[in-house]
Design a protein around this ligand. Structure first.
Ligand SMILES: Cc1cc2nc3c(=O)[nH]c(=O)nc-3n(C[C@H](O)[C@H](O)[C@H](O)COP(=O)(O)OP(=O)(O)OC[C@H]3O[C@@H](n4cnc5c(N)ncnc54)[C@H](O)[C@@H]3O)c2cc1C
Length: 473
């Protein structure tokens, strides 16, 4: 145990907040988490029928956890990986990609954080404001109404897309900030498991797959749960939903555009789901810098992106890995956590490094996710896209894949590895190579694309030349 440990406050017990708390506790800090919601592990909140808690139900979409996210978790605390794997469903045909419900993921991370002697978790405590000059948070106990002033040596704002810490940073710094609501909205729909003749649960869709129904502007995505049910989300432009305000209004549209989905779920169950789950917005936020003094934002608070590459969570967990490396290096260079943590200027320097390190990468990922939004809706079906992906695969197969790759242990100490050599599809770099930054992946994929376009053009010109020669000579 550290004597006179520095004090960190984490705002938000989502995945990024919990992993941050675990990381700081492992680095010798005293950590307090404030979370405005209830503890989702409380038995009264559990809905035995579907495994979702009441408070979280409306956002209980499944999340894909890729090698990038796992590497971050492993680097912070490898003991979390095993319980996660027990709750996650491996997705076939997508190496090292797992799907996990938001609730089981959060429960495992909250459990781990709360099991640490130097972590206190306070649910139903809403952070209202932050004073950057006095390093103080103003917090309300939403049950008793009591107001608290809490001092910190480091504050991590992991309070999601509508972050209160970001709002105060925006007012207190020269932050560049943009916010955009996507024209698409989404509705969550649960497909329950069926029962076989012996009464055992069975999946109503082929299990262990990520199912995607692209329909031009609209897309339906289904991800498997451990109990053989599926969590699905339908994404469609607001204009499609407008004029279809009641669940009954939506039925003909489902019937005409997603008849196979309708036949699996049935009209009554679909109606019940549509009545239960409201339409939700997708928001993209970009901010720079992420810090002021001893306070920093990370995860969705710093960068909300559209979910079409499944990297929102993975990038948030990677934020924690990178901040943890920077903090550990600074602590090692200073005489340990107490010496470092009580030195406000030293803490601020590390947060500045985090902002500088992270901004270009997460912005690159956010932009890539928007491209995937387009591809998911239309591009997958185009001939050009299919051909390009095929060539991508062939070139990758002939490439030296592992050259220069960092091991998991390396990723505890190193932010990224050397630039990758050989040919590598963008998807592999983004999801499965935690040693490659998003910005590097985006740049390399763009240069590979240009090469492919040039090669395609050269082949086209040769073909035209040959045809002319045959016709006229
Ligand atoms: C439809 C959809 C599908 C997605 N699919 C994927 C996917 O497949 N893969 C993937 O990687 N990502 C996915 N994401 C993104 C992923 O959900 C987020 O990136 C991730 O949850 C971010 O975690 P976080 O901890 O930063 O924020 P959050 O999970 O939003 O947690 C923030 C926490 O802060 C708390 N809080 C907020 N304000 C306060 C306050 N004032 N005081 C105290 N507590 C507060 C909140 O209650 C919450 O618990 C998806 C997102 C959506 C919307």
């Amino acid at each position: 145990m550290t004597s006179n440990p520095p004090k960190a406050i984490v705002v938000g017990a989502g995945p990024a907040g919990c992993l941050s708390a675990i990381s700081l506790a492992n680095l010798g800090w005293d950590v307090t988490i404030f979370e405005r919601r209830r503890d989702l592990r409380e038995p009264a909140l559990q809905n035995a029928a579907n495994g979702f808690s009441e408070t979280f139900r409306q956002r209980s979409i499944n999340l894909t956890l890729s090698a990038r996210g796992f590497a971050a978790i492993w680097a912070i605390d490898s003991s979390i990986v095993e319980p996660l794997l027990k709750q996650a469903v491996p997705l076939q045909g997508r190496i090292s990609l797992y799907c996990i419900g938001r609730d089981p993921l959060s429960a495992i991370l909250v459990d781990k954080a709360a099991s640490k002697d130097n972590v206190d978790v306070h649910f139903l405590h809403k952070v209202e404001t932050i004073d950057f000059d006095k390093n103080t948070l103003h917090v309300e106990n939403t049950v008793s109404g009591e107001k608290l002033d809490v001092k910190f040596d480091l504050c991590i704002g992991a309070d999601g897309s509508h972050s209160v810490i970001r709002r105060h940073l925006l007012a207190a710094t020269r932050m560049e900030y943009s916010q955009q609501y996507l024209s698409h909205e989404y509705i969550q729909i649960k497909i329950p498991y069926g029962l076989d003749p012996a009464g055992n649960p069975v999946s109503l869709l082929p299990a262990n797959y990520l199912h995607v129904w692209p329909r031009g502007d609209s897309t339906l995505v289904a991800m498997a749960n451990k109990d053989k049910s599926f969590n699905t989300a339908i994404f469609a432009p607001r204009s499609v939903f407008s004029g279809m305000e009641s669940p009954e209004d939506l039925l003909p549209w489902f019937q005409s555009d997603f008849p196979d989905f309708m036949s699996v779920l049935g009209k009554e169950k679909l109606l019940a789901e549509l009545r239960r789950n409201p339409r939700s917005q997708l928001i993209i936020t970009k901010a720079n810098p992420y810090h002021k003094g001893a306070a920093v934002i990370l995860g969705d608070a710093a960068h909300s992106m559209v979910p079409f590459d499944g990297q929102g969570l993975n990038s948030s967990l990677e934020d924690v890995r990178i901040l943890s490396i920077l903090l550990r290096r600074a602590q090692q260079a200073s005489a340990g956590p107490s010496h470092f943590g009580h030195n406000a200027a030293a803490v601020s320097r590390v947060l500045e490094q985090f902002s500088e390190n992270r901004h270009d990468d997460v912005t690159a990922m956010s932009d890539l996710s928007m491209n995937s939004h387009y591809n998911l809706r239309r591009g997958f079906a185009t001939f050009g896209y299919v051909i390009k992906k095929y060539i991508d695969k062939i070139l990758y197969a002939g490439s030296a894949k592992g050259a220069g790759k960092l091991t998991l242990s390396d990723l505890k100490e190193n932010i990224y590895g050397p630039p990758p050599s050989g040919w590598m599809p963008l998807y592999n770099m983004v999801s499965f190579r935690a040693d490659i930054s998003y910005a590097t992946a985006k740049k390399k994929a763009a240069s590979q694309d240009r090469l492919m376009d040039r090669a395609g053009m050269a082949i086209g010109l040769l073909a035209v030349g040959y045809a002319l020669r045959v016709l006229f000579l």
